[in-house]
Design a protein around this ligand. Structure first.
Ligand code: NDP
Length: 339
């Protein structure tokens, strides 16, 4: 059976390609450059026999039509994941939404596609933690906009466009959505992912103090696995919030210290208290717009979520967050993102 992975060069997608090849699938990966740019994909075990890379841009209509006519399943992961952009509509929303619709249109034309797995995000569930609410798949982000957390807005709009498309009663395929939280861990490719970068930034002293924030971490290998389980489990349906454990910044910094990374520029001052949050919210206005908005909407609150649906229905057993954090750090050292 043949699986198309869009954005195969990406952090999550490369793991999906690797796991699919290990399981014996034929894989068509869509990328934006020529094959020579992706030795970490073409060098994977089984790639020579069963991986084909094809160029396709999310914005070009019809780009996926021929590709998907030969596929049984599609993992649609491609979407820009950038927090600070010049023009949020052009750089985030258009590729996210149009790309999703172009892929689904190609699935509709394909005689073979049975199921699409869409990589959405926690961003489509909320952009703001709430101390009094445990988030589930039933929640939708209604607050983001082009001005407020535009990456979150792009993911929400893309997932909504996808569900709208799926209302068409003539379709012969179904869709399952994965909504990961902060994805961390080892990377096949050399570029530094925006989510691993959170740990890098903490270790390089970019966070002046410890703040009241927490993150729901999930290992990149588990996110890839969740996509494949969603594809292989006939009963899988709807959305799956995909996160393992949350950790506060205080816990994360302490864990990095305890793990022997004391010599990095970890924040020394702990402002994870109500007064600190007020001060940091004022300071957030000195940050680039995207980072500043993120700080104001996230600081002082603890994100709570329920991951029982993915555990019960896809039977996933998550890698412990501490293991993923160490794997992410080792990987960033290997790729020289951390000196
Ligand atoms: P990456 O930045 O590593 O991957 C993004 C992929 O999208 C790349 O392959 C990129 O191609 C491709 N892409 C971006 N714009 C276009 C375009 N116009 N046309 C074609 N391809 C394009 O990020 P991740 O692996 O982290 O993200 C993958 C998916 O997971 C995204 O949908 C993201 O929103 C989602 N996600 C990620 C989370 C995380 O914490 N990392 C959390 C939740 C969701 P190229 O290599 O050419 O740039």
């Amino acid at each position: 059976q043949t699986v198309c992975v869009t954005g195969a060069s990406g952090f999550i997608a490369a793991h999906a390609v690797e796991q699919l090849l290990q399981k014996g699938y034929h894989v068509i990966g869509t990328v934006r450059g020529d094959d020579s740019k992706y030795p970490y994909l073409t060098g994977l075990e089984g790639a020579e026999e069963r991986l084909r890379l094809v160029q396709a841009d999310l914005l070009s209509e019809g780009a996926f039509d021929d590709i998907l006519s030969d596929c049984d399943y599609v993992l649609h992961t491609a979407s820009p994941y950038i927090i600070d952009v010049k023009d949020p509509q052009r750089d985030l929303v258009d590729p996210a939404v149009q790309g999703t619709v172009h892929v689904l249109e190609a699935c509709k034309k394909s005689p073979r596609v049975k199921r699409v797995i869409l990589t959405s995000s926690i961003a489509a569930i909320t952009d703001e933690p709430d101390n009094h609410h445990v988030f589930t798949e039933a929640d939708w982000n209604t607050k983001s906009s082009l001005d407020r957390n535009p990456y979150y807005f792009s993911k929400t709009k893309a997932e909504q466009a996808a569900w709208k498309f799926m209302e068409d009663s003539d379709l012969t395929f179904d869709m399952v959505v994965i909504n990961p939280f902060i994805v961390i861990g080892p990377s096949y490719g050399p570029s530094l992912n925006t989510s691993n970068q959170i740990i890098r930034d903490i270790m390089k002293g970019l966070f002046p103090t410890i703040m009241t924030v927490n993150w729901g971490f999930v290992d990149v290998r588990d996110v890839a696995k969740a996509h494949i389980l969603a594809m292989e489990t006939p009963e899988a349906s709807g959305r799956y919030l995909c996160a393992n454990q949350s950790m506060t910044m205080t816990e994360l910094v302490q864990f990095l210290k305890d793990s022997g990374y004391r010599n990095y520029r970890l924040p020394l001052v702990n402002m994870a208290n109500p007064l600190g949050t007020k001060v940091m919210k004022l300071l957030s206005y000195t940050q680039p717009k995207g980072v500043g908005t993120y700080m104001r909407t996230n600081m002082g609150k603890a994100m709570q979520f329920d991951n029982s649906k993915i555990k019960n229905e896809l039977k996933i057993e998550f890698i412990p967050a501490k293991e993923s954090i160490l794997a992410a750090v080792e990987d960033m050292l290997k790729w020289k993102h951390l000196k």
